[in-house]
Design a protein around this ligand. Structure first.
Ligand SMILES: C[S@@+](CC[C@H](N)C(=O)[O-])C[C@H]1O[C@@H](n2cnc3c(N)ncnc32)[C@H](O)[C@@H]1O
Length: 283
């Protein structure tokens, strides 16, 4: 694409502004913003909107909330204020699924704390023979989840959605001992931990924090998994690198066996490492 002098100047200015604001992936964000806002027929309007977006990004509004869409595992997911922006880290789950889990066709899969539905939808796209349900409790996040489920259905990716609080056992009675795989990227940040403004100011507390040690929801998920998994069913949970030992102990204290921690440097990025714990329900 050939850019006018004015566009080049605006892009250079945007680069300086983003860098000055402390955005960590200036070139990546800029490429995305240029692609979204500069390559348009109404050039004057496009440039105005581009600079508005850059200013929002400088205020540390998450990029996904500004452009309204995020590419995850080759799927364009709609996102916006009130829903967690899926992180590429979560692909660690899909990599594991491809190479390790022998799941039979028809296996029921739950994506707990599903947010926009990224993890569950990516499983359904890769394994259309599985029956995936995405579970989320927040009203706004659920709206995005439903939009993504509907949008992706038109591309042949079929997933159910369910609005439920994972702490409410009664909501899950119908799944008792029927689930072959539970995946979750739950909130796992300790309450006192400081985060970049993208998360601390522009995401809901419930999507990020989870008690004093960050493990409250993970405890709930393990205990729910004990009830819902079939014998030899899998539990796969994302968490922070510094929580690996504690999560491993929680898995081992429950009825989960063959517990492993996976740290995947390939899917890690400047915002942190890609880490998950895996276990199987024992007899
Ligand atoms: C870290 S975000 C992850 C979202 C999604 N799994 C992803 O990776 O993009 C955690 C999600 O858990 C949801 N959540 C928090 N507490 C929950 C609960 N008790 N029951 C169900 N969902 C919950 C939040 O609303 C948020 O959407």
């Amino acid at each position: 694409m050939s850019l006018t002098d004015r566009e080049c100047r605006a892009i250079n200015q945007a680069k300086a502004l983003l860098r000055g604001a402390g955005v960590w992936d200036v070139d990546g964000d800029l490429n995305c913003l240029v692609d979204r806002y500069i390559e348009r027929s109404d050039k004057v309007r496009a440039l105005d909107e581009f600079m508005l977006a850059v200013k929002e990004r400088c205020n540390r509004i998450p990029l996904g909330h500004i452009i309204g869409v995020v590419e995850f595992d080759d799927m364009p997911l709609v996102v916006g204020s009130g829903v967690f922006i899926p992180r590429q880290h979560s692909k660690v789950i899909h990599k594991w699924l491809e190479s390790n889990a022998a799941l039979h066709p028809g296996t029921i899969v739950l994506d707990l704390c599903a947010g926009s539905g990224a993890i569950g939808l990516a499983i359904a796209r890769r394994r259309p023979d599985l029956k995936v349900t995405c579970v989320e409790f927040d009203e706004t996040a659920t709206q995005y989840l439903k939009r993504n489920v509907d949008r992706l259905a038109s591309m042949g990716v079929l997933v159910e959605h369910m609005k439920a609080d994972i702490r409410d056992r009664r909501a899950f009675t119908k799944f008792k001992h029927r689930i072959g795989l539970i995946v979750a990227n739950p909130p796992y940040v300790p309450q006192s931990q400081e985060l970049l403004p993208e998360w601390s100011n522009h995401h809901s507390q419930a999507s990020i924090y989870s008690g004093a040690d960050g493990l409250d929801l993970i405890r709930q998920i393990i205990s729910l998994a004990e009830e819902l998994l079939t014998v030899e069913g899998w539990l796969v949970v994302e968490h922070g690198e510094g929580q690996a030992t504690a999560v491993r102990e929680l898995f081992e204290q429950s009825r989960l066996i063959n517990v492993q921690t996976v740290i995947d440097k390939e899917t890690s990025d400047a915002s942190g490492s890609s880490v998950m714990s895996i276990g199987r329900k024992s007899n």
